[in-house]
Design a binder for this molecule. Structure first.
Ligand SMILES: C[S@@+](CC[C@H](N)C(=O)[O-])C[C@H]1O[C@@H](n2cnc3c(N)ncnc32)[C@H](O)[C@@H]1O
Length: 287
């Protein structure tokens, strides 16, 4: 069908209800849509999954820039943090490109994760790192490294990633944003690569992984200069995680003859009804 208009003057929810409300219970229709370049992503209530193609084809008409519609079937998972998604309408060519905060991101949302809900944290990272040596231990496609390099010109960012698909987009995004003199990509396990970058060299370490971050705390702490700062992400029960994580951090730092000082803790987003995604900023000094 030829697309001639978009309907973004009404909300996505209003649009779907207007188009499909007579066939599908409006209460069950999706209310939110994520759009990355030409790819739209939505969650479907399992009760209406039989209508997935009808819903997908309707979404294609919501905005003329949407060419592919994906349904999320679960959260991101596995060692490569891959999304569980299924194409429900439109083009199977889901490799896309978009701009956020003047940063170009190439990715394929069928293969790699990009959390729209982390936008504020990407903005925050884009204001840090000036003249610093930074290690991004879980770089993904460059969600934090590239905005930082584009906006604050660190001396050097080591961006480590072990998923070959994410690494390919990380390399492509470094090129697209012309930050190859700042961001050096490393393909490999951060547990092995980080120590090779030298102990006590980094001004800042980014640990943007959830569910598993604590396994790599030792490498992160040891790579920092005295007074260096770490940003550690995790998920946990609301109002509980920061204390739990801080305790683990203090214990690990102590065993390495270091101490940590909490600079800031905030919630990035609600992960699910009981869990939040947090980030802790800590400063590491010698004991
Ligand atoms: C959840 S994604 C987050 C990407 C980005 N830091 C962000 O917060 O938007 C975590 C990334 O870390 C990578 N990763 C996980 N464990 C790793 C390891 N041991 N070594 C290198 N990369 C790893 C995964 O492949 C994934 O791309």
């Amino acid at each position: 069908m030829k697309k001639i208009a978009n309907h973004r003057h009404i909300t996505f929810s209003q649009f779907l209800q207007k188009r499909l409300g007579a066939k599908i219970s409006p209460d069950l229709l999706p209310r939110r849509l994520r759009i990355l370049g030409h790819v739209a992503i939505l969650w479907l209530n399992p009760k209406i999954v039989e209508h997935k193609n009808l819903i997908g084809n309707t979404v294609l008409e919501y905005d003329s820039k949407i060419q592919s519609v994906l349904k999320r079937t679960a959260g991101i998972s596995g060692p490569y943090r891959q999304p569980a998604v299924e194409l429900i309408a439109g083009s199977p060519d889901t490799e896309t490109v978009f701009k956020e905060n003047n940063v170009i991101f190439h990715l394929d949302p069928m293969k790699v994760m990009f959390s729209v809900g982390n936008k504020t944290e990407r903005l925050r990272m884009s204001q840090l790192g000036s003249d610093e040596l930074v290690i991004d231990m879980f770089a993904g496609i460059g969600q934090f490294s590239i905005p930082m390099a584009v906006h604050t010109s660190p001396r050097l960012i080591h961006a480590i990633e072990w998923n070959p698909d994410a690494f390919q987009y990380l390399s492509q995004n470094i090129k697209a944003n012309r930050v190859h003199d700042i961001v050096h990509p490393h393909l490999g396990d951060t547990g092995i690569v980080t120590p090779k970058l030298g102990q006590g060299t980094a001004d800042r370490v980014l640990m943007g992984l959830i569910q598993g971050t604590t396994k790599y705390l030792e490498q992160g702490i040891l790579s920092l200069k005295p007074g260096g700062v770490m940003h550690i992400h995790e998920i946990g029960l609301k109002n509980d995680l920061e204390t739990k994580l801080l305790k683990i951090l203090e214990k690990t730092a102590f065993s390495l003859n270091r101490q940590v000082k909490l600079l800031n803790m905030h919630v990035i987003k609600t992960y699910n009804p009981s869990f939040d995604h947090f980030v802790l900023d800590v400063q590491v000094t010698e004991k």
